[in-house]
Write a protein of this length. Sequence first.
Length: 244
Amino acid sequence: MLNGYKFRLYPNQEQQQILFQWIGCQRLIYNAKVQEDRYFRQFAQRMVGTAGEPIPVDQQYSQFITDRTPFLRAVPSQILRNGAVKFRQAYSRFFQKLGGRPKIKKKTGRQAVWVTSELFQFLPPIDEPIGAIASYQLTLGTKKYPVGVIPYVAHRPHEVPSSIHIAVEGGQWGLSFAAEDATVVLPGNTPDAAVEQIVEDLRHLSPDQLAERTLGGDRGVAKPLMTSDGHTLCAPNESSTRRQ
């Protein structure tokens, strides 16, 4: 079973500068893909000869690395790639009618970078007296792009995730991810890429957007199940659904 985790992160000043650079470069790629998409759609509307031609929605980003953007070469390519992947994921949600078209990400408010497993490790220090894993240390970066060990407070145990989000808001840094909860065993409970993708998609939604896409239920005796949208679900021998 996948669980969501969110912990405080404590990068030093040098590490913060690197993370800000990663955040900015990934945001630039995402925004460039949004602008590219707008350009193609406007061009298709103005040119009669392109009517019916498909508008490319892809994950290519190399066209944005030019002599005018040399700073993009100063971050791992995975950071740039993930910016393009996030754009493609946002468009997939649009096609599924789960949200609008991707929009330009602003430099204000919560800022985050999506980091995949090529760029981080959770190293388990061993508790010598008991010979067990007591916690993890987050090591970020590669030999070419080192960041180092970043302390974080894990107030509950967790497994190693396939990707993480590092965010900053109001000067406070946070680490969030989804990982299998080994303590929960359900029938047929096996790692499922589709479930992980759903969790990853929902992570980017605001509280209001999540409220629009979720349905709560309250079990009772007189009313077997009351849903948050005002419906009562009855037993099979009763009326099936009625508006309260």
